[in-house]
Ligand binder design. Structure first.
Ligand code: SAH
Length: 342
């Protein structure tokens, strides 16, 4: 068993099982999550016999990056080789005073969005809460000079809401202010292809994390072609669920919209999006398509991207164009695919 990925309260239970007090469990949580320490020998305020009993029962394991690749733009891709030899990646992206980590929640993905390379690779398995939290702990360990990841986006490989239990467990550990990593929920964003039951459930958890919707089209006709999931929950059902997602006073829902040349990037598409998001507390992130070998799409020319954005801005929608980071190292949105074997 790996204790990384257990809730602080579960670490307290474990301490009791090992014949110690709950306090020892809290100390253990503090070492692992607050201080990022994984070496039992370094946990000097824990009694030796407690550490010995713990070591018999469990391990304290954080995944080691197998490879770290640096991009021209300052971002870094971390590739992890997991216990079963499958590989996942996380991407570290510095931006002014922010340091954002993009984490994976599954090995591969089963939703087959046509423009996404991870979708093409197919689904292998869910990550455990340990493997999700482990990506954050590993990134923080890698950083020099007391730096720490400041923001976390669940936008790596996989569909977070299709791995619901592990996602929520990880979010609780990441946001626990006393014994967890202590991230403000407002610095965490969960992105989804639009699994409506998952969105409703997440809203009821009272986690207060940001929600991002991979929308990519304002009509069912286009969206169903791009994203097969739209046949289960269509645009109308999706937007209705988003309207009910609980938001703090100045919080908004993010909408991601990958711009594909001559597919979803016309002025009429932009106006349709404006109508759809009327009255929704939304922020739109336009993502010019990132190319991959054999992709059946192209990125629109710059004037077309800017024209699309102008229509949204003129309608009063907060809209940014998100030029992906790490394109040169295969770390940009939709480019994450790691070989399975060797
Ligand atoms: N499965 C979740 C989490 C992944 S987020 C979700 O889809 O929301 C990754 C984002 O990158 C999604 O918005 C996805 O649609 C987008 N994306 C996928 N392929 C892309 C590509 N080739 N170029 C630009 N964005 C892409």
């Amino acid at each position: 068993m790996n204790v990384v990925g257990l809730l602080p309260s579960e670490l307290e239970d474990l301490a009791v099982e090992l014949g110690a007090s709950r306090y020892r469990g809290r100390q253990l949580a503090t070492w692992i999550y607050r201080k990022g320490e994984v070496d039992l020998a370094a946990m000097s305020d824990l009694p030796k016999d407690f550490r010995a009993r713990l070591a018999e029962r469990a391990a304290v394991e954080v995944p080691e990056p197998e490879r770290v690749t640096a991009s021209q733009d300052g971002s870094r891709k971390l590739v992890f080789r997991l216990g079963d030899a499958s590989r996942i990646s996380s991407v570290l992206m510095p931006d002014d005073d922010r340091l954002t980590l993009c984490v994976s929640t599954q090995v591969g993905c089963g939703f087959e969005c046509r423009f996404c390379l991870t979708g093409v690779m197919g689904f292998a398995r869910n990550l455990s809460a340990s493997e999700i939290v482990g990506q954050v702990l590993a990134a923080n360990r890698l950083l020099e000079g007391g730096q720490r990841v400041t923001h976390i986006v669940f936008m790596g490989m996989g569909e977070p809401l299709a791995n619901y239990a592990a996602l929520v467990q990880a979010l609780r550990i990441l946001t626990d202010a006393k014994l967890g990593l202590g991230y403000s929920p407002r610095r965490i964003t969960v992105s989804t292809v639009g699994l409506v039951p998952g969105i409703e459930k997440l809203g009821r958890e009272n986690l207060k994390v940001n929600l991002a919707i991979s929308l990519h089209a304002g009509s069912d006709e286009v969206r169903s072609q791009l994203m097969p999931v739209n046949r289960s929950w269509n645009v109308e059902t999706l937007i209705a669920a988003v309207r009910k997602y609980p938001l703090a006073p100045r919080q908004r829902v993010f909408f991601e919209y990958v711009l594909l040349d001559a597919v979803n990037d016309s002025p009429e598409d932009a106006r349709r999006l404006v109508r759809l998001l009327r009255g929704v507390r939304a922020k739109v992130n336009l993502i010019p398509f990132n190319d991959w070998e054999g992709a059946p799409f192209r990125r629109p020319a710059l004037p077309r991207i800017l024209a699309f954005q102008s229509i949204l801005l003129d309608a009063g929608l907060t809209t940014t164009v998100r030029w992906s980071k790490g394109e040169d190292i295969g770390a940009a949105c939709g480019q994450l695919r790691e070989p399975v074997s060797a």
